[in-house]
Design a protein around this ligand. Structure first.
Ligand code: NDP
Length: 239
């Protein structure tokens, strides 16, 4: 039987690239999204064309009850081999003018999302005594960035959560790591001034979603079975 990987925020961008890469590598997929049914359907179609069996789940990762309602029926049947906590948003602005809603939405999507989904999945993985969790952090969680105090806080928090959970579940052969992407070309980075961004990247180009997908595939593979609690920077040399 094929291994299953659950990817949150798989309708677009990095999440979609991870889904298609893993479909190509022979995994079956549970894909989640929040609202963009059209793009989510497209990801599913493309993944199925690559041979993956797909479950498509629509829920807001900030909502614990909705997370349970959608995931528990699947988890009662089988535990996925992998979980990729990828859903995330940015709502940038200078700190002194940042609204509480702007602060809360970003922290909740990353951290409550991590809590709601991982808590359910890790229990199933521990029972099975195997599993891999890959959290999608950010270079901003390591370096900070003006105008992104909310985003940096969320991603730094996710890095702390990665390290703590890795220690907690290692004895059950569940491995937890984080990838810290630099600037990747997706809708999230569309509004940025490219010349300013490029100056910060030693490799002189923005990353592509596939640059992240390949590293996720590695962290899910047998070759990565002695790596846990780590943060892998995939940022063209930024940090
Ligand atoms: P996109 O904006 O392209 O896609 C975001 C995805 O997350 C979508 O699938 C969206 O679903 C989903 N999502 C957002 N909020 C929720 C929610 N509350 N519940 C469920 N799903 C949600 O982002 P990217 O692909 O660029 O980013 C993916 C991850 O990578 C994020 O965690 C981001 O912080 C991180 N990252 C991105 C970088 C970049 O340069 N692009 C750099 C560093 C990190 P829907 O389509 O339904 O709205």
């Amino acid at each position: 039987m094929k291994k299953i990987v659950l990817i949150t925020g798989a309708s677009r961008g990095i999440g979609r690239a991870i889904a298609l890469d893993l479909a190509r590598a022979g995994y079956d997929l549970w894909l989640t999204y929040q609202s963009n049914a059209e793009e989510a359907g497209r990801t599913r179609e493309q993944a199925e064309a690559l041979g993956a069996r797909c479950e498509l789940l629509r829920f807001d990762v900030r909502d614990g009850a909705a997370s349970r309602a959608l995931l528990e029926p699947l988890l009662s049947q089988e535990a996925p081999w992998g979980l990729v906590n990828n859903a995330g948003i940015a709502k940038d602005g200078v700190f002194i003018r940042m609204g509480e809603d702007q602060w809360q939405a970003v922290l909740d999507t990353t951290l409550k999302g991590f809590f709601n989904v991982s808590k359910l999945v890790v229990a199933a993985m521990m029972k099975k005594k195997e599993g891999r969790i890959v959290n999608i952090g950010s270079v901003i969680g390591l370096s900070g960035n003006a105008g992104q105090v909310n985003y940096a806080s969320a991603k730094a928090g996710l890095i702390g959560a990665t390290k703590a959970l890795a220690r907690e579940v290692a004895r059950r052969n569940v491995l937890v790591n984080c990838i810290a992407p630099g600037f990747i070309e997706t809708e999230m980075t569309q509004g940025l001034a490219k010349e300013d961004v490029l100056k910060q990247i030693p490799l002189g180009r923005l990353g592509q979603p596939q640059d992240i997908a390949g590293v996720v595939r590695f962290l899910l593979a047998d070759d990565a079975s002695y790596i846990t609690g780590q943060v892998l920077s995939v940022d063209g040399g930024m940090h």
